[in-house]
Design a protein around this ligand. Structure first.
Ligand SMILES: [Zn+2]
Length: 317
């Protein structure tokens, strides 16, 4: 049953347009980042509801603020984001692609395998397994929270960690001090920022819990039957995000690919630096900064699902 109301869609298009103009004018995104963010936001909003969209929006807005925060100090370390911190399409997709994929998988699962049972409740039949549709959405939401919390916390940890008064230590060899901005380097400020980032995403989710599961395609499942308590959302986002960030740091300290920039002479975790292709140094060529982000967000999502199902199983969720 597809219930796309043209007026509602128009309102969404206009709101996204206004946000896009603000994001571009304030240098949060580049032109390519703007196009990617617009369609990403549109897909997330239409497939879920404004609440899921708002969580992703807050991620982009907050992380952009912290990228700009003390930008000059970070640039002295050579560790600041390029282009004044404006995000291009690859940043947008590396951070927003996974949450959107999770939403699409959850949505398709319900649309393709959903059926009404004798009591008029929507169920999902996967072979012999019959799952209430609200549980499918709750699991999707747990994964979504784990992924967004990881992305938020990782970005904040990177940006705020750079401002730690003493240099970071390597997560795999804590006795080893490394220069600020080194992949796999951790600091007290960075760890506190990780906790703050995950708490922010979990807290927003908990606050917005009420009108959660109504989307534009007519799937309307009220929160009282989803069994996803606000406090559980906070726990799931925090644990998923902290584990996801730890995975990010461990990959950064071990097998992540490293490149060297010919222009500024700095080592970087990016294949391009100073607008030029960088020279390969070591590590896995496939695992550049974006891939490591995606892998760690995926781990955050899996941990969040496992924790949610465990809490649900013991009757806590
Ligand atoms: Zn460079």
């Amino acid at each position: 049953m597809i219930l796309l109301d043209p007026l509602n869609v128009l309102i969404v298009l206009v709101i996204l347009g206004v946000l896009a103009v603000i994001a571009y004018k304030t240098h949060i995104v580049t032109k390519s980042g703007l196009v990617a963010a617009y369609f990403l936001g549109l897909a997330i909003w239409l497939l879920t509801s404004w609440t899921w969209f708002l969580i992703v929006l807050i991620f982009f807005a907050v992380t952009a603020q912290f990228t700009h925060y003390k930008y000059k100090i970070k640039r002295q370390h050579g560790a600041a984001q390029e282009k004044g911190g404006a995000r291009d399409w690859s940043h947008v997709l590396a951070n927003g692609g996974l949450p959107l994929s999770i939403i699409i998988i959850g949505f398709l699962t319900i649309v393709l395998f959903g059926q009404m049972n004798a009591f008029g409740r929507l169920e999902v039949g996967l072979g012999p397994l019959i799952i209430p549709a609200p549980l499918v959405i709750a699991v999707s939401f747990a994964a979504f929270l784990g992924a967004v919390a990881t992305a938020t916390a990782d970005t904040l940890a990177t940006e705020i960690g750079l401002l730690n008064p003493s240099p970071p230590r390597l997560i795999t060899k804590p006795w080893k001090v490394v220069p600020p901005g080194t992949s796999g380097g951790v600091s007290l400020a960075g760890e506190l920022a990780t906790l703050m980032g995950t708490l922010l995403i979990g807290g927003i989710a908990a606050l917005l819990a009420a009108p959660f599961w109504i989307n534009f395609f007519g799937i309307s499942l009220m929160p009282e039957i989803t069994g996803f308590a606000p406090v559980t959302m906070i726990i799931v986002a925090m644990v998923g995000g902290v584990v996801g960030c730890a995975v990010d740091s461990i990959l950064g300290a071990t097998i992540q690919g490293m490149w060297s920039c010919d222009v500024c002479g700095k080592q970087t975790e990016k294949k391009h630096h100073c607008g030029e292709p960088a020279i390969y140094l070591r590590g896995n060529r496939f695992l550049d900064n974006h891939m490591v982000n995606i892998v760690s967000c995926l781990m955050g999502a899996f941990v969040a699902i496992a924790l949610y199902l465990f809490l649900f199983g013991i009757g806590f969720a």
